[in-house]
Design a protein around this ligand. Structure first.
Ligand code: PLP
Length: 499
């Protein structure tokens, strides 16, 4: 299997090379040249536990990895790191199916891919003859950062630098990142929103850092995307094994969407032959994708709204580029992306078949949490609630009765203030840890250990910088002492803050 840039078909890379590079030289993303077909294997795949299934799905994409390399990476990723033996259990509450993707170490679906990426990347580096001086740079809207830090902490030969919008993530997300341990981890706040942060990281990639091999753990890395295909197949298998779906019957998925990575993996699963009817793209108040699917115009020129589902507060959905490429090819994709960077908008002149889109604003999301709790006692997080509401709107609008799986992307313990307030106004004004305690009483279960331990952990990472100073801050963090960048070090204006 070879990988091409979405903006030009010339370059041909193996999986290891594409994973190591992260982003193509022309600014495009790597995409597979074809989709393996699982249609005839579906029954066999549906009987497999998660690790085995992951190997089966990934093998045809990672043809340059040996069986032993693939096996080791997968077993390390999904073994002890998940608190549920099913890894991603499908549950049913209030008549809705939820695929719980938050049983990894950082309580969000990012763990599904980011527990595997370090293994894939380390092997890729070895294969490419690179065994030190690698730095993973990542922009985060909250959940990627912690999952990447947790995945890469202590990995030899690789440093990880995470940038997050300092006022654009939840209190709990901030604490999770700032308390990260590990001598190879760096966390830097940015005065700006997620798009500023992502743009800043892209600029660092373009400029480079002397003496360091830069790569990305964002979902622009194909090594992030491929592991996410697995749980679509696994959800389908559980619909059959637990809930009596007939093999071959179609399923819909509703996906709370930000950077378009999760839902794109669903598209890949369908291209491989998984019987998926509709992929329903759920947006919050930042409904640029909803508008795109309605009008075919992508237009990021609009107000950025900070919501209670911060991991979806995104106006430039990076992975949409791969969908455009698979539908329209690289020439048009390059034109669209040039338009996007010049004017902030483009008109897509084809049809994205099999997608639907809905959005749910702040108070609808709160309604979703409260209504489901009152109906079933089950508590979902704010992102999953956007998907629940979007699904309800979709169903009312279309009458589509195809069984639907809602992608449950985070534990409610990650957004405890919002979730408690949604359930009852009386929780208004509680801080993060008071809310965590209230939530555990409501759920009648223990506080997840990774959250409980945060209350008394020390913030290790306190640097904050402006978008313009991100590269200097990264250089300073990595303490690279070459002559070239001593001058940029002296210009560094990053300021530590204390909270
Ligand atoms: C990242 C994230 C999303 C959005 O996923 P994309 O792949 O960026 O579309 C939704 N919910 C949660 C909790 C997330 O962490």
């Amino acid at each position: 299997m070879l990988y091409h840039s979405t903006r030009g078909a010339d370059e041909e890379l193996t999986a290891a090379a594409a994973i190591l590079k992260g982003i193509a030289g022309d600014g495009g993303l790597y995409a597979p040249e074809c989709f393996p077909d699982i249609t005839d294997d579906l029954r066999r795949l549906c009987a497999m536990p998660y690790c085995l299934l992951a190997k089966e799905i990934l093998r045809p994409y990672l043809t340059d990895y040996t069986e032993a390399e693939l096996s080791e990476a997968v077993d390390q990723a999904y073994g002890e790191k998940f608190d549920n033996p099913e890894v991603a259990p499908l549950t049913k509450h209030g008549g809705y199916y939820f695929l719980e993707l938050f049983h990894g170490k950082t309580l969000a679906f990012k763990d599904m891919a980011l527990s595997l990426l370090p293994g894939l990347l380390k092997t890729a580096a070895r294969k490419q003859g690179l065994d030190s001086g690698i730095a993973v740079l990542t922009a985060t809207s909250g959940d990627t950062g912690k999952a990447a830090l947790e995945g890469f902490a202590g990995v030899e030969g690789i440093d990880i630098v995470v940038f997050f919008p300092v006022n654009g993530v939840s209190d709990m997300q901030k604490r999770q990142m700032r308390t990260q341990e590990g001598g190879n981890t760096y966390v830097i706040g940015v005065y700006g929103n997620f798009d500023d942060t992502q743009t800043g990281v892209k600029r660092i990639f373009a400029d480079g850092i002397p003496g360091v091999y830069l790569t990305s753990a964002n979902s622009i890395n194909i090594g992030r995307l491929l592991p996410q295909i697995v749980y679509y197949v696994y959800a389908y298998a559980q619909m059959i094994n637990k809930y009596g779906l007939k093999p071959g019957d179609p399923v819909n998925f509703t996906v709370p969407t930000g950077n378009f990575g999760n839902i794109l993996a669903g598209y890949y699963a369908r291209q491989m032959g998984l019987p998926v009817n509709r992929l329903i793209c759920a947006s919050n108040d930042n409904k640029v994708l909803y508008d795109f699917f309605q009008t075919h115009e992508y237009d990021k020129n609009r107000e950025f709204i900070a919501t209670v589902s911060p991991s979806m507060d995104i106006l430039v959905s990076g992975n949409l580029e791969r969908l455009l490429y698979h539908i329209s090819g690289s020439t048009l994709t390059k034109e669209y992306m040039d338009m996007l960077s010049k004017e902030g908008r483009y008109k897509f002149c084809a049809e994205a078949e099999g997608f639907a889109a809905e959005f749910a604003v702040w108070n609808e999301c709160f309604d979703g949490i409260r209504e489901l709790y009152e109906l079933s006692g089950y508590i979902i997080d704010t992102h999953t609630a956007v998907a629940l509401k979007a699904y309800q709107k979709y169903k009312n609008r279309t009458g589509d009765t195809t069984p639907n799986v809602i992608m449950s992307t985070a534990s409610p313990f990650k957004f405890p203030e919002s979730v408690c307030k949604a359930i009852d106004d009386k929780y208004e004004g509680m801080d993060a840890f008071e809310s965590v305690k209230a939530l555990s009483l409501l759920i009648g279960g223990d506080i997840p250990a990774s959250i409980a331990s945060l209350e008394h952990k020390k913030n290790r990472h306190t640097t904050v910088c402006t978008p313009a100073d991100m590269r200097d801050s990264a250089i300073k963090a990595l303490s690279i002492r070459t002559r070239n960048n001593l001058s940029s070090l002296s210009q560094c204006r990053c300021t530590p803050i204390h909270n």
